[in-house]
Design a protein around this ligand. Structure first.
Ligand code: XMP
Length: 522
């Protein structure tokens, strides 16, 4: 899904949920503000800087995010706060704080030196409700090129650092606050306290947002919205589509039909195991083994994007064909989650995500779209899954690319290569589980390299394939570091692969971080 702030258009249940609105001016940390507010059990929504929902009576406070622009740039994002001011508490963060100050007659100037990273609060006005419980000496995270050099009349500084005289301010007459630093960044020591002071003490938030309350309200709304309509959902084995399915199943039971397509590029035993899991969860699921179709369409194809396109299109064809066998389907459900919807940077013209497993389906099938998780962050999706009673091994599954092992076999794909890779991958993943390392890693897998190398087994010289192990730590897949796995574990996995997987005589470990590498090799 592309930049789609309209994700909420199919349901309006959140209208009744007390919420904080975050106006997105294009900062890379806007999503993080959302996450931190949600961690306070306070519901919030991120909307573009100029799309404040004036007709929503349940908004109790507003946060203005940072921005890549300077307030005096011609292209800087500007918004009209006149209808919000005085009515709702406002907190400006970084650019947000500068914007409020600048548009009210304060001065914002380029700082003598750009300031990125840690800073220490030197003075704090603890009488300010925003700074309650935050003391001088507290570490904050700065990331700015401009600085507020004078405040408008009626505004007072409430914190400073050695370099920044106005690190935070408040209005004397209106519920308006601003901070130059980023409380949402985890390195800001009292960031949570500051956000809580705003959200709970200043805005009066009840902190009633939880997985349980989300399930209760969503199930109710899904029932109202869908009535007796039939819904189809494509399962991938991943967390998002699985949780979406279980939630919908709770709401509409057998009116939901799930389709799980085996394109032949899944992990060893995955199709059978996951299908079984789904059945145990009471889902009405159809498993379609379409592997032969995919193998023949992929034969001889080496170019990664071609592989992706063939699999994407093949998936849509199979799904469409199966869905047409069900009578009177009106809705297509997807496990789209909040980060897929926000794509916050796209308001500055940068596209962040291009992967979407079932892109193209809604258009082709002419169905209405139902995305019950579209307002949740990944960790919240897991919490909902847990609350719904789903087993840990489904909820904690590593992300796995839609085209599966096809993008982990460099070069052309054959059933024989898939079988070799499945065996090696199985040893690695099972090993991570057995050694208690699986949950410490964001994602792991094995890559089959288009390389053969000389080896010796017994008295014989061999000339066989090399595989690369890849395991990374990450919080969102946007950046990643290679996982520092124990040497003993690596030695065991390497031995097991070479001894048990016929056709492989060399194992390497990929120690590249993202950026500049990516997680997948293709
Ligand atoms: P990269 O390789 O871009 O991967 O660092 C980031 C995350 O996206 C996954 N990935 C994909 N997921 N279809 C998907 O559904 C794809 O074509 C695809 N390519 C990469 C990757 O596994 C990682 O989690």
């Amino acid at each position: 899904m592309k930049n789609d702030y309209l994700c909420g258009k199919f349901f309006n249940y959140t209208l009744m949920q007390e919420k904080i609105i975050i106006l997105d001016f294009g900062s890379q940390t806007t999503q993080l503000i959302g996450r931190r507010v949600r961690e306070l059990n306070m519901y919030c929504e991120i909307v573009p800087y100029n799309k404040f929902p004036h007709d929503d009576p349940s908004v109790i406070g507003v946060i203005l995010s940072g921005s890549p622009f300077s307030v005096y740039d011609e292209k800087a994002f500007k918004t009209d706060l006149s209808k919000i001011r005085g009515r709702l508490p406002i907190l400006g963060i970084c650019y947000g704080a500068q914007f409020i100050s600048y548009t009210n007659g304060g001065t914002v100037e380029p700082a003598p030196s750009r300031e990125y990273g840690r800073a220490i609060l030197a003075k704090v006005d603890e009488c300010s409700p925003l700074m309650k419980g935050i003391e001088a000496g507290s570490t904050v995270w700065m990331s700015h090129g401009d600085t507020i050099t004078s405040l408008p009349a009626g505004f007072t500084p409430i914190a400073s650092t050695d370099k920044v005289a106005i690190a935070a301010y408040q209005s004397d007459n209106e519920p308006i606050w601003g901070v130059q630093f980023h409380p949402e960044v985890y390195h800001s020591q009292d960031g949570t306290k500051l956000l809580k002071n705003f959200v709970v003490d200043i805005c009066g938030g009840k902190q009633d947002w939880s997985a349980a309350s989300f399930i209760e309200s969503t199930v109710k709304e899904l029932r109202e919205q869908l009535g007796d309509d039939k819904v189809v959902l494509g399962l991938s084995g991943g967390v998002d589509s699985s949780v979406a399915a279980v939630l919908l199943n709770k709401a509409i039971g057998s009116n939901l039909t799930c389709i799980f397509v085996d394109h032949g590029m899944l992990r060893k035993n995955e199709f059978v195991d996951v299908l079984n899991d789904y059945k145990c969860l009471g889902l009405n699921v159809i498993g379609v083994d379409a592997s032969q179709k995919f193998f023949s369409e992929l034969a001889g194809v080496t170019e990664p994007e071609r592989k992706r396109k063939i699999i994407g299109k093949g998936f849509i064809d199979v799904f469409d064909e199966e869905a047409h066998k069900i009578k009177d389907v009106k809705w297509l459900a997807q496990g789209t989650i909040y980060p897929d919807c926000i794509e916050s940077l796209s308001i500055t013209g940068t596209t962040i995500k291009s992967h979407h497993n079932v892109g193209g389906l809604p258009e082709k099938m002419n169905l209405k779209l139902c995305e019950p998780l579209r307002l949740l962050f990944k960790d919240e999706v897991r919490a909902v899954g847990r609350e719904l009673g789903m087993p840990d091994h489904l909820i904690k599954r590593h992300p796995f690319p839609g085209p599966g092992l096809a993008v982990r076999i460099l070069g052309d794909i054959t059933p024989e290569k898939v079988a070799v890779l499945q065996e090696a991958d199985h040893i690695f993943i099972q090993g991570l589980r057995d050694w208690g390392l699986y949950d410490q890693v964001w994602q792991a897998g094995v890559i089959l390299l288009p390389v053969q190398s000389v080896g010796v087994m017994g008295d014989e010289r061999t000339y066989e394939r090399a595989v690369a192990l890849r395991a990374v730590t990450s919080t969102d897949a946007m950046t990643a570091d290679w996982a520092h796995l124990p040497y003993d574990f690596m030695a065991k996995v390497s031995n097991d692969i070479i001894n048990h997987v016929r056709g492989v005589n060399r194992v390497c470990y990929d120690i590249s971080s993202k950026p500049p590498a990516t997680i997948e090799w293709e």
